[in-house]
Every structure is written in structure tokens, then in C-alpha cells.
Design a binder for this molecule. Structure first.
Ligand code: GRF
Length: 221
């Protein structure tokens, strides 16, 4: 049995992905524990999900630092305090510079609300609707210095329905995000992921949970 992994989660807002991850951990579906939740905003509502459970929180206030590099260095130090095995960007709305990304290379993942490489960046649902695509979704990828292009671990696809507006599509994608993030964090914590260049492989692992994945987004599942 691999050791329980230490997970740090970075958020910027309501933290529904964080809450869903904490629920999965509490239910015993992930061999990990969240050691700290960090945000660059003191008013991030999602911090309450951690506080309610007695999980330490840290705010690294972006306004307190004169440069992006200074902020990144402080954030990196705040993360490193716990020596996490995995750093999850779960709705963290700051672009991180190369130095902090390198510091946590191979152990930092991000959830993005689109099927990368389509729709990197912001306003993904609005752009998908404007393009008339029929399928949309979300991606979890390892973080690399270039934004939204790191090796893809998993993707979850949702239909775009005729009556969708931005809110209804966002809600459908968010539901898929919660399930995908849980799967990916479970795989990471079970040491099932290996990365070779841009390609992430999900290894079979007899020690991993016997339950089927809660979403299907990886070719080997
Ligand atoms: C999610 O859609 C995430 O993919 C995006 O911002 C949203 C954050 O949602 N980057 P929440 O804070 O996890 O509820």
C-alpha cells in the first residue's frame, strides 16, 4: 500500500472542486489528505470548506507583493511548508511563473473547464457556445510554464444542448470537473500516473481501489 499522499489545494473563489475533493477523501475514495488550502484572496469563499474541517488555510495576498515573481516566491514557500506530494490548482485564477511551476514540476495539476487544446484561457463556455460546438468538457493536466498546455491526465466530455446558455453549460461542465478531479487525484495518490513528454499513462495497479472510475475520460479505463 502506498503512503497516504499529502495534498495542497489552491483556490481563488467558491471552491466547489475543493469541497468535492474533500468529500471524496472523507468517504475514503482517495488515499490522500489535504494538508493545506491556499488562496491569493482572503475573500475566497471556498476557504470555509477547509476551515469547517480544521484544515489549515493560508492567504498569500497578491496585493502585498510588488512583482509577480515576489508573489510566486512567497506562494511557493507557503506551499513548501507542508512538503506536499501533490499541488492541485482547483479554480486558482492566477497564472504562475516558470520558477514556481518548476519548483513543483511533476506534482502540480490544474483543472481547466474545456477540452484542451481547445479553449485555453478564460471564458471557455462563452467561446464554446459562440462556436456552436456540440461537445464540451474539462481537462486535468500537469502544470508546465506555458499556460494550459501541460501533459493531459484526463478529460471528461459533456454535450452542448440546444437550449444551453453559459450558466447551464458551466453547471454541466462543473459537475464533470468534480468527478474528473476526483479520479485524477485518486490515480495520482495510488502512484498510477507516469509522464513521458506530453503523454500521461494510467498504469494498472493491484493496490488501487477496485471501484470503477466515476467518469470515463482516459483511454485505458
Ligand atoms: C471551475 O470551473 C474551474 O475549472 C475554473 O474555475 C471554476 C472554479 O470553480 N478554473 P470552483 O471554485 O471549484 O467552484
Amino acid at each position: 500500500m502506498s503512503a497516504i499522499k499529502k495534498i495542497s489545494v489552491l483556490i481563488s473563489g467558491r471552491g466547489s472542486n475543493l469541497a468535492s475533493l474533500l468529500d471524496a477523501i472523507d468517504a475514503g475514495r482517495i488515499q490522500g489528505r489535504v494538508v493545506r488550502v491556499l488562496s491569493q484572496r482572503a475573500d475566497a469563499a471556498g476557504l470555509q470548506h477547509a476551515e469547517k474541517r480544521g484544515i489549515p488555510t493560508t492567504v498569500v495576498d497578491v496585493k502585498a507583493y510588488p512583482t509577480r515573481d515576489a508573489f510566486d516566491a512567497a506562494l511557493g514557500d507557503a506551499i513548501a511548508v507542508d512538503t506536499p506530494d501533490l499541488v492541485v490548482l482547483a479554480g486558482f485564477m492566477r497564472v504562475l511563473g516558470a520558477a514556481i511551476v518548476q519548483r513543483f514540476a511533476g506534482r502540480m495539476i490544474n483543472i481547466h473547464p474545456a477540452l484542451l487544446p481547445s479553449y485555453p484561457g478564460l471564458h471557455t463556455h462563452q467561446r464554446a457556445l459562440a462556436d456552436g460546438v456540440k461537445w464540451h468538457g474539462c481537462t486535468v493536466h500537469f502544470v508546465t510554464p506555458e499556460v494550459d498546455v501541460g501533459p493531459i491526465v484526463g478529460q471528461s466530455v459533456v454535450p452542448v444542448l440546444p437550449d444551453d446558455d453559459e450558466a447551464s453549460l458551466a453547471a454541466r461542465v462543473l459537475d464533470a470537473e468534480h468527478r474528473l478531479l476526483e479520479d485524477v487525484v485518486r490515480w495520482f495518490c495510488a502512484d498510477r500516473l507516469s509522464v513521458d513528454g506530453q503523454t500521461v499513462t494510467l498504469r494498472d495497479n493491484a493496490e488501487s481501489t477496485a471501484e470503477p472510475p466515476t467518469s470515463c475520460q482516459h483511454p485505458r479505463d
